[in-house]
Design a protein around this ligand. Structure first.
Ligand SMILES: [Zn+2]
Length: 104
């Protein structure tokens, strides 16, 4: 797989808006009790489909989401940060710093 190439400020801001207006407001983000090889796992429910977001507490890798946007458009435009990842990071103080990835 090719590494993420471009970056679009508009695409990023658009996803922040959707994260705040849709995901944080209407979806449920549930943190699983068990981690997966050090990754903290969240179930994001409430959209047309449920997705899984994984975040590494020590930032050993980029946050991941199982949604199609993370694999395609967000991968090309916002370093893989979809609205589910952004909302999950926004919601949890301890992980919020990882949002810097899309500001630097
Ligand atoms: Zn996603």
């Amino acid at each position: 797989m090719e590494p993420a190439g471009g970056f679009s400020l508009k695409a990023r801001d658009d996803r922040f808006l959707r994260a705040a207006a849709t995901v944080l407001k209407n979806y449920t983000i549930v943190r699983r009790r068990m981690t997966e090889r050090g990754w903290v796992v969240f179930d994001v429910q409430g959209g047309t489909e449920d997705y899984v977001v994984k975040i590494h507490p020590e930032w050993h890798g980029q946050p991941q989401c199982s949604c199609p946007d993370a694999a395609q458009r967000a991968r090309d435009d916002t370093r893989g940060f979809c609205k589910h990842i952004i909302a999950t990071l926004l919601k949890h103080d301890e992980f919020r710093g990882q949002l810097l990835e899309v500001f630097l």
